[in-house]
Design a binder for this molecule. Structure first.
Ligand SMILES: [Zn+2]
Length: 280
């Protein structure tokens, strides 16, 4: 110890050494967390082999199909039978019917899949994937679904935005769940469109109830005025004049997306489009 003390006396670098030690420890903690996660995942893989979330058939190691990484979560047969959502024009005119007399703040609306009401022999359902993303912590699945949606947006030519904004969830809910599923979807879209994801332009300031069993009118009331300017230092200036893409997991009546879009327009956004993985 005396040797070290004498050694360091010759240098005025104690703070640098301290910073190095702290950073080294933090990096290792982060690295260990990733390693633990990988070990845990492969351990689970050995105990419970991967199954298709839609049909529960076993997914072999190194299995792949046309949807890239989604092959870890859904087999090729089920993926090919996921019903695609209607064209954006048809989606928007359907949603507009829910807003007669109210302002529809969304300019255009795209979805990748149609959530099937009934699963026939010629269709499978996206629902178990969205459920796993939201409630079973499968965050990587969100990014992969986002990439699927990103490819659709690219084909539609919907790729010129200043920012991609995931619909915010209340901070208490985010703490409870550990993440906002829409943020992962937005990250997946960003992988394809090379656009920035902004999570601090707007925020949700009311802890709204789950909308699952709400009527169309109740959904509107539930989310009315639920959003406000976010905590980014220059949020107001950034939003002003911007063209943004709002992202959510599923489109039901459009009440949440519209309330969010309305807030952005009131804050000076020029145009708000929206995209969801699925349309109910
Ligand atoms: Zn399957």
């Amino acid at each position: 110890m005396n040797f070290f003390r004498e050694f360091f006396k010759n240098f005025d670098c104690k703070s640098e050494i301290y910073t190095f030690v702290v950073n080294f420890t933090l990096q290792n903690l982060r690295y260990n967390k990733v390693m633990l996660r990988l070990l845990y995942d492969s351990f689970l893989g050995m105990l419970a082999p991967r199954k298709c979330l839609a049909c529960e058939s076993l997914i072999p190691e190194n299995y792949s199909h046309g949807s890239g990484g989604l092959a870890e979560y859904i087999c090729g047969r089920c993926f090919d039978r996921l019903p695609p959502a209607p064209h954006p024009h048809d989606i928007l005119s359907g949603v507009a019917k829910n807003f007669q007399g109210d302002t529809l703040a969304i300019h255009s609306l795209a979805a990748r899949f149609q959530r099937a009401e009934r699963i026939g022999s010629d269709s499978s359902s996206i629902t178990p994937l969205l459920y796993a993303l939201k409630y079973h912590g499968m965050q990587r699945l969100g990014r992969l679904l986002g990439q699927e949606l990103g490819h659709l947006l690219l084909v539609l030519g919907a790729n010129a935005y200043d920012a991609i904004i995931p619909v915010p969830i209340h901070s208490a809910r985010e703490r409870e769940r550990g993440y906002n599923q829409s943020k992962h979807i937005a990250d997946g879209i960003a992988d394809i469109l090379y656009l920035p994801v902004e999570t601090r332009w707007i925020r949700r300031h009311t802890y709204t109830l789950s909308q699952t069993n709400f009527s169309r009118e109740e959904r509107k009331q539930n989310v009315h005025r639920a959003f406000m300017i976010g905590k980014a230092k220059d949020a107001g200036a950034q939003i002003k004049g911007s063209s943004v893409l709002l992202v959510d997991d599923i489109l039901t009546t459009g009440a949440t997306l519209n309330a969010c879009a309305m807030t952005l327009l009131e804050l000076g956004a020029r145009r708000v489009d929206a995209a969801t993985v699925a349309k109910a």
